[in-house]
Design a protein around this ligand. Structure first.
Ligand code: NAP
Ligand code: HSE
Length: 431
């Protein structure tokens, strides 16, 4: 079945974790792919930096190119499958070359699309091509397909996600093992979880790239990575995790995007979520995306956000759609229709968790309470834990307040002379 029609021919640029996974699926599942697509799915040519590396899959049947741009332009390549990574350089050059030749591109490259997504979408459209990037957001979870197809009739009200498996592994391991951040970070590194530049993971940047793409498709906006407020998990201590647990919450690196009258509110930051919520129950390196539509209500998608099999599965899902002739514009609608939403700081009030170290002397707490009161931030709960070497650790949960009011209070605390280090401030997200 599926053998009568011309094959769809792939140029595979990148043979690392994901690229090798794609080559394995094309080889092992050839008959099923052909049956489902109604035509064979074939690799014409491949490209990587090193030719004589064992990739765990035979590649001799495919032509080899040293230059991904040359690969993209080959006449026997219908789709460029870009799996090299990097926001610029060879990934961008090969993608542009493929689009200019009117070829579709399938990529897992969130960094490239978060920065150049709008320009690439316009370039694709000008050349009658499209870009598919299911694997770029939450790996194996088919969230782009859910948004652009199944939920296409909805107005999206809020999208949320735990989309960096490494950070969720670190946070849940700290909690389960009662271990400090530095120890678990070293463990994650030894397990090979961290990107070559770990800041991409723990600094929230990788997850921020994913949120930029998710928000663009959900709200029909031009992808705007610069408009996302990003905070990493580096300052989360075992104390925060313990205190959160006592209050009935867990700490998650959570991306939240919603449209308000003021613009697109998008942040990727550690937040407290209720322990008994789906997000609160997410363990280890797993990802979760929560979509809220005006017709459908809440949809929760959970699954592997990374790794060879799950990521290659998402790449091949996109390839299969193109092989069947199913073509959706890059960000779900024409690039010219995407609006440039003003980035907005969260305006909806939320309770906040504040942990601070105060000088252990008379009046210190009163000064902090006064600053909060002057900024209009009301205290819901407060706790002072053990004293150490002249330092009084204090925990405050506020009543719902705006981020602007909280920022004013945090700025005011600097001048009190009693706050010994920048407080940890975490939004408590209602999920
Ligand atoms: P990887 O293992 O580092 O593989 C990168 C591949 O690109 C390697 O085969 C490398 O060649 C090749 N390459 C790099 N520069 C090149 C150049 N100038 N010319 C030709 N080939 C070049 O990366 P990966 O983990 O597979 O990730 C690939 C993409 O998928 C990235 O955009 C990443 O963000 C995304 N992604 C990955 C995962 C995951 O779980 N790994 C999940 C979601 C998304 P050599 O092998 O010869 O060095
Ligand atoms: N570093 C990423 C993660 C890989 O930990 O989720 C998948 O994008």
């Amino acid at each position: 079945m599926g053998g009568d029609r011309e094959p769809i021919r792939l140029g595979l640029a990148g043979l690392g974790t994901v690229g090798a996974g794609v080559a394995k699926i094309v080889r092992r599942n050839a008959a099923a792919l052909a049956a489902k697509a109604g035509r064979p799915v074939a690799i014409s040519a491949v490209c990587a930096r090193t030719r004589d590396k064992d990739r765990g899959v035979p590649l001799d049947a495919y032509a080899w190119e040293d230059d991904p741009v040359v690969l993209a332009r080959r006449s026997d390549v219908d789709i460029l499958v870009e799996l090299m990574g990097g926001s610029d350089g060879p990934a961008l050059a090969a993608t542009e070359a493929a689009l200019d030749a009117g070829k579709d591109v399938v990529t897992a490259n969130k960094a490239m699309l978060a920065i150049h997504g709008q320009a690439l979408a316009e370039r694709a459209e000008a050349n009658g091509a499209t870009i598919r990037f299911e694997a770029a957001v939450a790996g194996g979870i088919p969230v782009m397909k859910a948004l652009t197809e199944g939920l296409a009739a909805n107005g999206l009200t809020r999208v949320m996600g735990v989309m960096n498996g490494t950070c969720n592994y670190i946070l849940t391991r700290m909690e389960d093992g009662g271990l400090p951040y530095d120890e678990v970070f070293a463990e994650a590194k030894a397990l090979g979880y961290l990107e070559a530049d770990p800041t991409l993971d723990v600094g929230g940047i990788d997850a921020g790239h994913k949120l930029a793409l998710l928000a663009a498709v959900a709200f029909g906006t031009r992808v705007d990575f610069g408009g996302i407020g990003i905070e990493g998990i580096e300052r989360i201590s075992i104390e925060d995790i313990r205190q959160a647990a006592e209050l009935g919450y867990r700490v998650k690196l959570l991306g939240v995007a919603r449209m308000s009258g003021r613009g697109l509110e998008a942040s990727m930051a550690p937040c407290l979520v209720p322990t008994d919520s789906p997000l609160g129950q997410l363990e280890g390196a797993t990802n979760m995306v929560v979509l809220e539509g005006d017709q459908v209500g809440q949809i929760v998608l959970r699954g592997a956000g990374a790794g060879e099999g799950p990521t290659a599965s998402a790449v091949m899902g996109d390839v299969m759609d193109l092989a069947r002739g199913c073509r959706v514009p890059t960000f779900g609608q024409s690039a010219g229709h995407l609006v440039a939403a003003a980035p907005a700081r969260a305006t909806l009030p939320a309770p906040y968790y504040l942990r601070m170290a105060l000088a252990d002397r008379p009046g210190a707490l009163a000064k902090v309470a006064a600053v909060l009161g002057e900024a209009g931030v009301s205290i819901d709960r407060m706790r002072q834990t053990r004293h150490e070497a002249g330092e009084a650790p204090v925990l405050i949960v506020t009543h719902p307040t705006t981020r602007a009011a909280l920022d004013a209070a945090l700025a005011g605390m600097e001048g009190t002379g009693v706050v010994l280090a920048a407080p940890v401030a975490l939004r408590i997200e209602q999920v």
